[in-house]
Ligand binder design. Structure first.
Ligand SMILES: Nc1nc2c(ncn2[C@@H]2O[C@H](COP(=O)(O)OP(=O)(O)OP(=O)(O)O)[C@@H](O)[C@H]2O)c(=O)[nH]1
Ligand SMILES: [Mg+2]
Length: 200
């Protein structure tokens, strides 16, 4: 859900994807500038927030980093319902994770917010010698499905800020006269730029 007031936008963003693709690592890199070689698998989900300035506004991203393990799949709707944006992550060295990403795209198309800004992230682009999913294959799939696509590396930082900034840039700006569905308009003062993170 996105709320806006005085050029300040709050937006819920959810990360989805197979286990081990690097969802937590991307968020940790973006929010804290850190990378762990042995990042622990997420249990249920973790919450982070990060505020960034885009051309005409500050955008506070309320980020839900979901668990990729299959046993947590049934929890996912709690996190993607009402989300203004999603990043679906696969690992460029795993065709299975790319197939899993396509299933997440289908699930969001069926049950998510139709105005959702959705990105496809091919993570671990630093592992070129182990690549199994080509850039061309992923890009054409993304184009066919209305997603924007970037290859990222939480390890080397490639495109990590860029993908979050691009999401913030593409979020629809609610117009008071239109009040489109999936958005709530709120008259809130601009908040200070801040970073916070916590885990649940
Ligand atoms: N080489 C490389 N390794 C990465 C990258 N991103 C994450 N990793 C590693 O991949 C492993 C899994 O990363 P996580 O961030 O825990 O993956 P996840 O998608 O959050 O996994 P779940 O929480 O189980 O769903 C960790 O050991 C990370 O260090 C990357 O860009 N390059
Ligand atoms: Mg995780």
């Amino acid at each position: 859900m996105a709320t806006i007031g005085n050029n300040h936008l709050n937006a819920k963003l959810v990360l989805l994807g197979d286990m081990g693709t690097g969802k937590s690592s991307l968020v940790l890199r973006f929010v804290k500038g850190q990378f762990l070689e042995f990042q622990e698998s997420t249990i249920r989900a973790a919450f982070f927030s990060q505020t960034l300035a885009v051309s005409d506004a500050t955008v506070k991203l309320e980020i839900w980093d979901t668990a990729g393990q299959e046993r947590y799949h049934s929890l996912a709707p709690m996190y993607y319902r009402g989300a203004a944006a999603a990043i679906i992550v696969y690992d460029i060295t795993s065709t299975e994770s790319f197939e899993r990403a396509k299933k997440w795209v289908l699930e969001l198309q069926k049950q998510g917010n139709p105005n959702m800004v959705t990105a496809l992230a091919g993570n671990k682009v630093d592992l070129q010698d182990k690549r199994k999913v080509t850039t061309e294959e992923a890009r054409s799939y993304a184009d066919e499905n209305g997603l924007f696509f970037m290859e990222t590396s939480a390890k080397t930082t490639v495109n990590v800020n860029d993908i979050f900034v691009e999401i913030a840039r593409r979020l629809p700006r609610a117009q008071p006269a239109q009040n489109p569905s999936g958005m709530v308009l709120a008259n809130r003062p601009a908040e200070q730029v801040q970073t916070s993170a916590c885990c649940s």
